[in-house]
Design a protein around this ligand. Sequence first.
Ligand code: ADP
Length: 164
Amino acid sequence: MTKRIAICAGSFDPPTFGHLNIIERGLKIFDTLIVAVATNTSKSSILTVEDRVELLRELLKDHKGIEVTSFEGLLVDFAKQKNIMTLLRGIRTMSDYEYEQQMALVNKALYPSLETVFMMTEGQYSHLRSTFIREILLSDGSCKGMIHPLVEKKLKKSLRGISF
Ligand code: ADP
């Protein structure tokens, strides 16, 4: 039987429970998910790509069918190299939907065999956004229930490095 395989790409800066939820639910649909950390996003990053990959590997280590890696350049080129024709994306809000729709169309124009599968966030994660996490931690707030304690620890360490 052909294996169903998809890429779940993002900046994961930091990985949140929303990301993990999409990945874990994605595993019910796909046999293998390549979790791919983008190294060239325009967003300024707080965690190194190596830290993000390491954290995701640790957080997802009990799941079969997960491969965590990073990629440079265009996601479509990474997908082509891997010969993968499906992307898994999460949707939180209408604004996510509009952005994701444009992105899916651009990706399709660049790689016509590529399909994007959207998965709606579960309610309790719809407000989780890496940018908010960064803001909360920068102001010494609590991210309890939003990120795994390992992620919080790594972020605090990294923020101390930035601030002082
Ligand atoms: P962010 O916007 O949090 O920086 P990323 O660029 O890392 O997100 O997103 C990677 C993927 O995970 C995208 O498909 C994004 O829509 C999805 N995602 C991120 N946060 C959530 C969430 N809370 N619920 C569902 N999907 C999410």
